[in-house]
Design a protein around this ligand. Structure first.
Ligand code: ADP
Length: 497
């Protein structure tokens, strides 16, 4: 396959800044694309959280760049990761007024989105294009991700200022359709585009709001989302499409589902430096040590050695199915199990888990916060992992769990449906426990089934090993992204027969 110049625009990426799965994807995909021979660069905002010294960030070129937003000129510096050991090239857009803040998207004081997110990410999108121009790195494809860079494909198509980008193709990846970047109609004036472009029912307008995600869905050459099942679900109904089901159905021929991979340099019990004992399918002894360490860290008492621990690591948001847990919490915690929760998010779920922990201190440990090292220990030390999501575009933790011999219990939706098959112990098939309906009784039954199967050590171990040996590495998915980039380029410049 012909090598391409690719610019991956993302609002977060490992190892620099992370709030969720997008960061894992944006930090893993460029490594694989580079290995495939593509000339790839990541571009993201320079947030306060990014350690400039650790990553040896250096300013590119001399003098600052600028982008016009909301009628003002905003200056910025473009930084790059100058470490020799960096695994891919990365650019950082530095505008402290917009990005030097305690959190990426919301104000921790109010718990609400930053009031100027419209300006922050419109600026980010324009700054990306200015950076390409200034450095002379004009890619074949810009790969935009979610609403935060959704305006890039739109600017390229409708703003005459970018006519020099006429040959640049765009791919927009949808990591979660519920996060749409919708702003009051008045925000449109800040984009610096002709007012006549805000047309009801077209690219920028969504129920009389300005939508950055819709602009991306409308103007990008090719679209994809992060699993085949989610690609179908978001076209099927408002329940999954969140209002975009119509436009996605219209663009069905351009919409693909590519399952995320997992970064096996980072999530791999054979070489994970963040866990107290490593293990492999051939030698599982380290896993028991991780369970002991997890108990110690979470202060969960050891009632008996063979009580299973269920792990949960999650943004505490409605999407993730915590209302199901709330409905049957007492019954669930009455089972022969212990539960470890690590998460942060909505206040109501902070309250729910804090109250449950008070009630069941010997059975439930709750850590409210974001803690990467603890996430690794939970994956390694738990026996099961619970993801009862209402919807799940791809989900990464169920794949990490399989790798760590931690058997997932999931609702059959999106990427969870594509990666987890329900256990059938007598036939020796399946890699997890699944339930279909979004229903707390069904979830509870799946958990009960898992606890029952857990009692048979042999059957359980065979199932663990089956999951640990599955291949979810990025290579296959990156290959598919390579194909999508080519499709986008062809669409942009149709090959003459
Ligand atoms: P989403 O992107 O919807 O949040 P994913 O399953 O795709 O869900 O990815 C979540 C990623 O964020 C995983 O790598 C997970 O381990 C991590 N994560 C989520 N919450 C926390 C937390 N509180 N502490 C540490 N890591 C977390």
């Amino acid at each position: 396959m012909q090598a391409l110049k690719i610019l991956l625009a993302s609002s977060e990426a490992v190892p620099y800044a992370k709030t969720g799965g997008l960061a894992d994807v944006a930090g893993a995909l460029p490594k694989e694309l580079k290995a495939m021979g593509h000339d790839v660069k990541l571009v993201m905002p320079l947030y306060a959280q990014i350690d400039k010294d650790k990553f040896q960030l250096k300013v590119i070129g001399s003098g600052s760049l600028s982008a016009k937003i909301a009628g003002r000129v905003e200056n910025f510096n473009l930084y790059e990761d100058a470490r020799e050991e960096r695994e891919f090239d990365a650019w950082f857009i530095d505008n402290p007024g917009f990005f030097d803040r305690p959190e990426l998207y919301r104000d921790p004081k109010t718990g609400k989105d930053w009031a100027d997110n419209d300006e922050r990410f419109a600026f980010f999108s324009r700054a990306i294009l200015e950076s390409c121009r200034k450095t002379g790195f004009i890619p074949n494809v810009i790969h935009a991700n979610d609403w935060q860079s959704g305006l890039v494909p739109a600017f390229l198509k409708v703003d005459p200022a970018y006519s020099d980008f006429a040959g640049v193709a765009t791919l927009l990846s949808i990591h979660n359709i519920a996060y749409q970047g919708n702003f009051p109609r008045e925000s449109f004036a800040k984009l610096g585009l002709d007012e006549s472009l805000f047309i009801p029912g077209q690219g920028f307008e969504f129920w009389n709001y300005l939508s950055y995600l819709k602009a991306g869905l409308w103007y990008a050459d090719i679209l994809n989302t992060v699993s085949p099942t989610y690609a179908k679900e978001i076209q099927s109904s408002n329940e999954y499409g969140y209002g975009f089901e119509g436009i996605l159905k219209d663009r069905s021929d351009d919409l693909y589902g590519v399952l995320n991979g997992i970064d096996e340099d980072i999530w791999n019990p054979a070489k994970d430096e963040l866990i107290p004992a490593k293990f492999t399918p051939d030698n599982l002894s380290g896993k028991a040590k991780c369970k002991v360490a997890l108990r110690k860290m979470t202060k969960l008492p050891m009632v008996r050695k063979d009580v299973p621990i269920i792990g949960i690591i999650s943004r505490l948001a409605d999407q993730k199915g915590f209302d199901l847990i709330a409905e049957v919490a007492d019954e669930m915690l009455g089972l022969d199990l212990q539960i470890v929760v690590l998460g942060t998010g909505d206040q109501k779920y902070h309250e729910l888990f804090t109250a449950l922990q008070k009630k069941y201190p010997k059975k439930l440990s709750v850590t409210l916060g974001f803690d990467n090292a603890m996430a690794h220990l939970i994956e390694a030390g738990s026996d099961m992992f619970l993801m009862p999501s209402r919807y799940e575009p791809c989900g990464l933790n169920q794949m990490y769990s399989l790798k760590y011999g931690t058997i997932p219990i999931v609702r059959e939706t999106g990427g969870l449906a594509d990666t987890i098959q329900n256990a059938n112990p007598s036939r020796s098939t399946g890699n997890g426990f699944t339930f279909r309906k979004y229903d707390s009784r069904e979830m509870l039954n799946a958990i009960k089934f898992a606890v029952e199967v857990f009692r048979d050590k042999n059957i359980w171990e065979v199932m663990m090993l089956r999951g640990m040996r599955q291949d979810f590495s990025w290579a296959a998915s990156a290959e598919k992204y390579g194909e999508l980039y080519h499709k986008a380029v062809e669409k942009k410049q149709p090959v003459l027969a």
